[in-house]
Design a protein. Structure first.
Ligand SMILES: [Zn+2]
Length: 495
């Protein structure tokens, strides 16, 4: 048995019968339990208000606790209910790995509500613990299956599977009650696109006419689901036009509209809707790949000092590439002020400053995550973002085979979260050297090598907090190709 004190952990979570036990209650039970077992009590870690549902934020205190465990600070962890904790994905198989890898002799997991103690460093204790973890996982899968089955049944019967009743075009989607003005807008968009207009032109026109998304509340009206008042992006408009609900159906499955919804009136008739789908599907032009042309766009670091918009790569027809202030999400019209700066000049300056920062950091004995690990984490984060977006979209659009897809997505979200949490542990930091900095900076064949560009982006994003561009406001006569004094840089270690 370890002599080290045992840390306690509590978080908000709902028990099997739907009752939630407050963090304070849990903490008191945890403390009592450790007293009874005659164990020294260590620090309390608490993640109040965080639930293990898809899209929920990561658990910062749990991560801190795991870092401390890896560092050998605690002789164990006390949670309120082991079953609940495993089901929530807090205590899992990774605990056994940590204990094994770091050879934490006598490390225990204690369940306060059931007075159980598992010694993870002993074979028997670890086996008993793993059985509980597996049971927890099974329970989660069963739960998800039940939800998926219910959704599938509802969709077949023509019922919408949850979500707010108010949707764009509908006052109440469950009864098929249309919102006359919005329904007319959807018909207008469909007609224009079928007549050959590009969806982007329609979206722009809507923005100019001040047509925005409606506010959407939960069905009891207490909570706002979507704030509304946002312009339709191409993506959002396309999503609206793709909904089978426009024809009064819940699903579009293998080329057939199924699940007739209640309500007599529909927004689009079936032939129009089908034709629209094939038109939208064939216009697979999408956005040009600016990411590779512009080093800084995807970093979201460059901001317009005069109006606070993001500045991104832009290719004018008559001049060299520039970064331009063109979209301001905080502004009503969402338009930026339009100022721009030479892309070549800015990229050169930023790269110079970034490399300098890294060399200085190496001289100071700065610690950083090893490059490959960092890339892996970034890759996982990007993937998580995409999966989460897809999850939200699928929920909204009642896709065919959605139940299965949702289950897959939830599993994937959980897996990615765990993996990111494990990999961001502070223990993996290593001391960087000047040689390593220069090696990383110049990786690959040349400046167009994708590996080099990816790596530079990574190093740039770590070196800067902000890059702000001031407006060029001198006389109209001679505008320099690149004016360094317009660039205001804040490095990431500056206050
Ligand atoms: Zn601006």
């Amino acid at each position: 048995m370890s002599d080290l004190p045992v840390a306690t952990y509590d978080r908000v979570s709902v028990s099997r019968n739907g009752r939630s036990v407050s963090c304070e209650e849990q903490h008191k039970d945890n403390a009592d339990c450790l007293n009874e077992l005659n164990l020294k009590r260590g620090a309390r870690y608490s993640d109040p208000g965080r639930k293990a549902s898809p899209g929920a934020p990561e658990r910062p205190q749990w991560n801190r606790l795991m870092d401390a465990v890896r560092a050998g600070l605690w002789g164990g962890v006390c949670v309120w209910d082991i079953d609940r904790a495993t089901r929530d994905g807090v205590v899992g198989a990774s605990m056994c790995d940590i204990v094994g890898q770091h050879r934490l002799t006598g490390f225990r997991v204690i369940s306060a509500s059931t007075n159980e103690v598992f010694d993870l460093s002993a074979q028997e204790g670890a086996a008993a613990f793993m059985t509980r973890v597996m049971d927890g996982e099974r329970e989660v899968i069963k739960l998800r299956r039940r939800v998926a089955r219910r959704m599938r049944r509802k969709a077949k019967a023509g019922e919408t599977t949850g979500g707010p009743r108010r949707r764009f075009g509908f006052v109440d989607i469950t009864t098929g009650t249309l919102h006359a003005a919005e329904a007319a807008l959807i018909r207008e968009a469909a007609t224009r696109i079928l007549a050959g207009e590009r969806i982007g032109a329609v979206a722009r026109d809507w923005a100019e006419r001040g047509i925005t998304t409606p506010e959407i509340r939960t069905n009891d009206g207490t909570r706002i689901v979507h704030k509304g008042g946002v312009n339709f992006t191409i993506q959002a408009l396309k999503q609206q036009l793709r909904r089978p609900a426009l024809t009064g159906h819940t699903r579009f499955s293998e080329g057939v509209l199924v699940g007739r919804m209640p309500g007599e009136r529909t927004i689009l008739d079936i032939p129009t809707w089908l034709e629209l789908q094939s038109t939208l599907g064939s216009a697979r032009r999408g956005r040009p790949a600016t990411d590779d042309k512009y080093l800084l766009t995807s970093l979201k670091l460059v901001t317009c000092d005069s109006c606070d918009s993001r500045m991104s790569g832009h290719s004018p027809t008559d001049r060299a590439p520039r970064y331009r202030c063109c979209y301001n999400p905080n502004n009503v019209g969402a338009k930026g002020c339009g100022q721009s700066i030479s892309a070549a000049g800015l990229e050169e300056l930023v790269q110079e400053a970034a490399l300098e920062w890294w060399i200085r950091a190496a001289r100071r004995g700065h610690h950083a995550r090893p490059m490959d690990l960092d890339q892996e984490i970034q890759h996982l984060r990007r993937r998580l973002e995409i999966v989460q977006q897809t999850y939200v979209q699928e929920l909204e659009r009642l896709a065919p085979d959605m139940h299965h897809l949702l289950t897959v997505l939830v599993n994937e979200i959980t897996r990615l979260r765990t993996e990111i949490e494990q990999r961001t542990s502070a223990n993996d930091l290593i001391k960087i050297t000047e040689a390593a900095v220069i090696g990383n900076w110049n990786i690959g064949m040349d400046d167009h090598d994708p590996a080099r560009r990816a790596n530079r982006r990574r190093m740039i994003s770590q070196a800067f907090r902000t890059i702000r561009i001031r407006r060029f406001n001198d006389g109209p006569d001679r505008r320099p190709t690149f004016d360094r004094s317009r660039v205001l840089i804040q490095l990431s270690d500056e206050g």
